[in-house]
Structure formats: C-alpha cells, structure tokens
Design a protein around this ligand. Structure first.
Ligand SMILES: NC(=O)c1ccc[n+]([C@@H]2O[C@H](COP(=O)([O-])OP(=O)(O)OC[C@H]3O[C@@H](n4cnc5c(N)ncnc54)[C@H](O)[C@@H]3O)[C@@H](O)[C@H]2O)c1
Ligand SMILES: O=C/C=C/C=C(\O)C(=O)O
Length: 494
C-alpha cells in the first residue's frame, strides 16, 4: 500500500484516509466513465475491508485528538474555512463534478458547487447559535432541581452517498456532522468519486486534523459500502440513495443498535389546479421533471391537472420539453446524460413499458440522435405520457429519468387521494392562485416537503426528508442536530 499526497483530480482517484491519499491495499480498481461521452476518464482505487477499517479507526482516534478538544468556536472557524476553500477552488470542483456526472456546467455551477460550500457555512451558523434547554424542577422535599442538556457528537458517522448531486448531498451530511464535532467516513457513489476525494485536499489545506474526514471508494454489497456500514466502530449511518439499499443498510445498523438517517426514493406528485398561473406552473414543473435529466429525488414523475386546463397544460409542457435539448455542449446544453449505460437501460425499459401499458407518448420516448463526441453519451429524450392509468408501472415506480405521466382530475378530494396513494412520501407540489386551497392541499400531502407554486426552493434551516418508503428522520437546520448529536440531560439537586 502506498501513501501519497498528490491531487486526486487526475486520472487516478484515491481513497483519503487519516489525512493522506491511498491506493487500495488489495490493488483493486474500477473505471471512472464520463456519462456525456461514454469514455473512460479515470481509474478509481477500491478500498479493501482493511482500508475501510483503517479509515474508521482513524476517524475514531480523531475523536479524542485535537478535534475532540476544540471549542465550538474553533470548530466553526475550521468549517467556515472549508466553505471558503471550496469557493476558492470552485473551478476544480466544477471540473470534477462535470467529469463524473456528465451534467451541463451551468447545472453544476449554479446548484452543486455553491451548495457544497453553503452546506458547511450554514451548519457553522446553526451550531454557533444553537440554544440550550433547561427546566427548574420541584422536588418532593420542597426544594428544587435544575435540569439542563448538553449535546455531544455521536462519534464516527458513516456517510453513504448517491451520484445525482454528489458534492451537494455528501456535504449536506458532512457539514452538520463536523459542525457537531463528529468525525466521518464517506463512501461516495462508485459512479461519482471525484468531489469527495477532492474535498480531502480542502481539509488538509485548512488544517483539519487528520482522521476527521475520510473517503473510501467502492461499491455496495461485498465492497466499501457494506464494509463501512457493518463496521462496529461506526456509531451512526446517514444514507441517501435507493429505498432497497436503505433496507439493506438498516439491517446492518441493527447490529450494535446504531442510529440511522435515510433520504430515499420518491414518486413525487404535482397538482395543478385550473386557477394556477400556467406560466409559473409550466416553468416550475418542466424544471421539476427535466432538471438534472430527471435524476433528482425531488423531481416530479406524476402530474395531476384539473380537467378544464388539461389540454392547454399538456401542450405547454410538450413545448417546454422540446426546449430541453439532449447534450452538454454547444446549443445542446440543457439535458445532460443519464449517469450510466445501465441506468439508461432502466429508464428506456420504463419508456417501453409505458407504451406497452397503453400510454400515449406526447413527446420523446426514445434515444436522441447525437453526433460528435457526445454520440457515446447516455442520453435519452425528455418524455411525457398521457392516457396513463393510476396503476401503471410508470405511475407507481421511481424511474429517475426525464419523464412523467400527466393525468386529468375533477375534484380536490379525488386528487389528494391519488397523490397520496403511493408507498413513497418525499415531496409534492401544488399549483394554484387560491392560497386557501394551496395551504389546505399542501397540508393534506403525506410527504416530508410540499411546495406551493414553486419547486426545489430550499431554505437550509427547514426540515428535509421523507415519510414512508422515502426515508427516516429529517435533516436541515436544527433537525440535523437531532441526528448528529447525543444529548445528556444533567439533573442538579439545588
Ligand atoms: N431522498 C433524497 O434526498 C435523495 C436524494 C438523492 C437521491 N435519492 C435516491 O437515490 C437513488 C439514486 O441513487 P443511487 O442509484 O446512487 O442509489 P443507491 O442506493 O444505488 O446507491 C447509493 C449509495 O449506496 C451504496 N450502496 C449500495 N448498496 C449498498 C449496501 N448494500 N451497503 C452499503 N452501501 C451500499 C452505493 O455504492 C452508493 O454509494 C434514487 O432512488 C433516488 O431517489 C434520494
Ligand atoms: O436529488 C435529491 C436532491 C436533494 C436535495 C437536498 O438534499 C437538499 O437540497 O438538501
């Protein structure tokens, strides 16, 4: 095994353990592919079980080193410095994210990278301003006791991440975990290892103590993901990804009774009432269906439209869809590729299934003609279906592609029942100019987040997460502190 300090943003992507970049100790590696071209652009060193154990041991040791002895103010300074260094190196992070995901630069530069920095800055603020809790308690002898709580880090937190917003979703967990004084071992998606690796350079540059931030590369079962989540020295697991993977991780977490926070899949509905501002609804929902090529957990895959405006809405959405040109360069700069050839096969399988089940394809439905360097990319056409039944596969299963079914409805009660009839409960959106109805229908949605006349409008202080098969727990603002800290109540008899 070699230990090197060179940049990971080359063709070789290394693990980051105890402050150093390392090859995998078993010499295994896997390919890093640019989804916009299909070309191999790098080699990722896979962490062995021993490497993962080293990373966890480094994280555990760091808890009692200089990191564990810092005041909140000192930690906050370091975390703020991480945010500033991400901003200073925004171009490097942008290049890394674009290489891994193939997404258009304007998506990564407006969403992924700024949120990477904001996730550290915001949780630095949250822990700096966090209020305490205290109670005066009458005692049986006529005296008093004073109860107060202290919050402590949970310990070593495993952070297991997906590929759709790699830096954003990873730092959404690492930011609060570190702000609360934990140490982390990150397992980025095998598809998108670069930004997590690059963040190791940032940690070293700002003087983060060794072992506080570690990264191990690999896959799920039988690889780094499973090695990490089954390591007994991991105190808590935070995971974003598919519901099925969450179930597998939950079983590992049961051993040792470890805490979990899960942000999982969705089949998110949108409800468009006849009194909606159609411009706003079409603009918002076309982003919600097509942004990041539909690879957004919060994306809309079911749209319910009140019958009087159904035809007009479908026509407007079709025109908007056709404006999302597949490609990432030149004038085709709007709809990036799907993450992999395998994921494209899955999405195309749903495109075929929709037609087999009787759907009418309003627009799209296949693979676009693309020439030049992007001919080998994993592109699909933006796709809309009508004539879909509530029970159809494409209306029930998460597709994670740039597509949705559009269905007419006649009454508020009917549409609330349709929207809620799913195993998922991540988010919804409601479009109406009648704000009483907006509030009423939003509150009836069985989801973690409901937007009214907007979508993916984020305030990082709010509770974020899903119900049902969409997750366990909420992160964001003080809600993250509930997961990333352990409370000790101290009762003092006065
Ligand atoms: N709710 C949210 O906030 C949110 C956000 C983004 C993505 N997602 C969901 O993520 C999914 C897409 O991401 P994905 O395909 O990367 O998800 P995934 O579940 O396949 O993989 C996520 C991560 O888990 C790892 N993993 C897989 N099996 C594992 C196992 N048995 N043990 C430990 N680790 C394992 C993977 O290597 C990867 O790092 C979609 O379902 C999407 O809805 C949810
Ligand atoms: O694909 C999912 C996007 C999730 C977004 C967030 O977790 C966030 O905005 O904090």
């Amino acid at each position: 095994m070699t230990s090197v300090s060179s940049s990971p943003i080359t063709d070789t992507i290394l693990n980051f353990i105890d402050g150093s970049y390392r090859e995998g100790s078993e010499g295994k590696s896997f390919s890093n592919v640019n989804p916009a071209t299909g070309a191999e652009i790098g080699v990722v060193h896979e962490a062995s079980q021993a490497d993962v154990a080293d990373a966890v041991a480094a994280a555990k040791a760091a808890l009692t080193g200089p990191w564990g002895k810092m005041t909140t103010a000192e930690r906050v300074n370091l975390i703020t410095a991480v945010a500033t260094e991400i901003e200073r190196r925004a171009d490097d992070f942008l290049a890394a994210e674009v290489a891994d995901t193939g997404k258009p630069r304007h998506v990564a530069s407006h969403i992924d990278i700024p949120r990477g920095a904001a996730n550290f800055r915001m949780f630095a603020d949250v822990v700096s301003t966090m209020p305490g809790e205290s109670f005066n308690t009458p005692t049986p002898d006529g005296g008093q006791a004073f109860n107060y709580t202290v919050r402590k880090p949970k310990g070593v937190v495993a952070v297991v991440c997906p590929w759709n917003f790699p830096l954003l979703l990873m730092t959404w967990k690492v930011g609060p975990a570190l702000a609360c004084g934990n140490t982390v071992v990150v397992k980025p998606s095998e598809e998108t290892p670069r930004t997590a690796a690059l963040l190791g350079e940032v940690m070293n540059a700002v003087g983060m103590p060794k072992g506080v931030y570690n990264v191990v590369h690999g896959f799920g079962p039988g690889s780094a993901g499973e090695f990490l989540t089954s390591n007994p020295d991991v105190d808590a697991i935070t995971f974003t990804g598919e519901t099925g993977t969450g179930q597998a991780i939950m079983q590992k977490a049961a051993t040792g009774v470890r805490d979990i926070s899960f942000e999982l899949g969705g089949k998110n509905p949108a409800i468009v009432f006849a009194d909606a501002d159609l411009d706003k609804a079409v603009e918002g929902l076309s982003r919600s269906v097509f942004l990041n090529t539909g690879q957004v957990c919060l994306g809309t895959e079911r749209v319910y439209v009140e019958r009087p405006i159904f035809d007009a809405f479908v026509a407007r959405m079709a025109a908007a869809a056709q404006g999302f040109k597949p490609g990432v360069t030149g004038d085709r700069a709007y709809l990036g590729p799907l993450i992999s050839a395998e994921h494209r096969e899955k999405v195309l399988g749903y495109y075929r299934r929709a037609v087999e089940d009787g759907a009418t394809v309003v627009t799209g439905g296949g693979v676009p003609e693309i020439s030049g360097a992007e001919a080998g990319g994993f592109f699909v056409e933006p796709t809309l279906w009508i004539d879909v039944a509530h029970g159809d596969t494409v209306m029930r299963e998460e597709i994670f592609g740039p597509c949705c079914g559009i269905v007419p409805f006649d009454s508020e009660d009917e549409v609330i029942a349709l929207a809620n009839d799913t195993v998922y409960g991540l988010c919804a959106s409601v479009w109406t100019e009648n704000l009483s109805r907006g509030h009423r229908v939003a509150a009836a949605m069985e989801v973690g987040v409901c937007w009214v006349n907007s979508w993916f409008l984020r305030d990082l202080r709010t509770a974020f997460g899903g119900s049902g098969h969409s997750g366990i727990g909420r992160e964001g603002g003080v809600h993250s502190l509930e997961f990333y800290t352990e409370i000790t109540n101290i009762c003092v008899k006065l």
